[in-house]
Design a protein around this ligand. Structure first.
Ligand SMILES: N[C@@H](CCC(=O)N[C@@H](CS)C(=O)NCC(=O)O)C(=O)O
Length: 235
């Protein structure tokens, strides 16, 4: 059976990492059996690209959610995206990039850099660490994220600019979704695994931010997350 290596759940969500939650949601949507070995620090250390999640299937290790989903489609079939035409596929890819390559960094900033977000992130991610680790690991991890944000570029903007960038992405997704039940229309596709993971992480993580406030202005986003949760994570 597929082993899914990811972070332990946090923030009351299946995963506080939108990438981990995306992949778990995809597996559930595609009805592929998997198991999650209990989360350990060594899993991240063994991750082929130093990032979570990754899978091991039939002795093969695959990392990066997009490559993993490609692998799953070619190995187990593609029950979710066959109905999309080429224009819809192109649109879905553009929204995936918006979420993963842009909005992600604005959300990361709100969690790790903004003082209020950092308080909540530190407690949720590092609260269980024993002394002396809890005295220095959070600071080292935060320094690493700040360096990544600077390297990627988002961290070079002012706070107001970062909020403006993130809000535009949220509005674009909400406006495109409008009153459709799923992002691309009346039925789900693999983009929904990604969109649900990112939007639920924004709406439902207990990290107060301007981005969360902005997302809450769109009732269709909340209704969408509830629809996805009820369908793929039944209580
Ligand atoms: N492009 C990757 C991104 C994965 C990613 O950024 N994972 C983050 C968590 S959201 C991570 O593992 N960060 C740990 C680190 O950088 O040390 C994917 O699609 O899987």
């Amino acid at each position: 059976m597929i082993e899914l290596f990811q972070f332990a759940p946090a923030f009351g969500l299946p995963n506080a990492s939108p990438f981990c939650m995306k992949l778990e949601t995809y597996l559930r949507m595609a009805d592929i059996e998997f198991e999650i070995p209990s989360a350990k620090l060594q899993h991240l250390q063994k991750a082929p690209k130093g990032k979570m999640p990754y899978i091991i299937d039939q002795g093969k290790t695959v990392s990066d959610t997009s490559f993993i989903i490609d692998y799953l489609k070619s190995t187990y079939g593609d029950p979710l995206d066959a109905w999309l035409d080429t224009t819809q596929r192109a649109t879905a890819l553009a929204f995936q990039r918006l979420l993963e390559e842009n909005l992600y960094w604005a959300v990361l900033y709100s969690r790790w850099v903004e003082p209020q977000g950092w308080e909540q992130t530190r407690g949720a991610f590092f609260g269980g660490l024993p002394a002396p680790l809890k005295w220095f690991v959070p600071t080292i991890a935060r320094r690493g994220i700040i360096k990544e944000l600077h390297g990627q570029g988002m961290g070079r903007h002012s706070l107001a600019e970062i909020h403006a960038i993130g809000k535009r992405d949220i509005s674009a997704l909400a406006d495109f979704m409008a009153d459709k039940p799923y992002i691309m229309g009346g039925q789900p596709c693999s983009l929904d695994a990604c969109a649900y993971a990112f939007i639920a992480n924004l709406l439902w993580a207990p990290v107060e931010s301007e981005l969360k406030d902005h997302a809450q202005k769109y009732p269709q986003l909340l209704a969408y997350c509830e629809r996805m949760r009820d369908r793929y994570y039944p209580a």
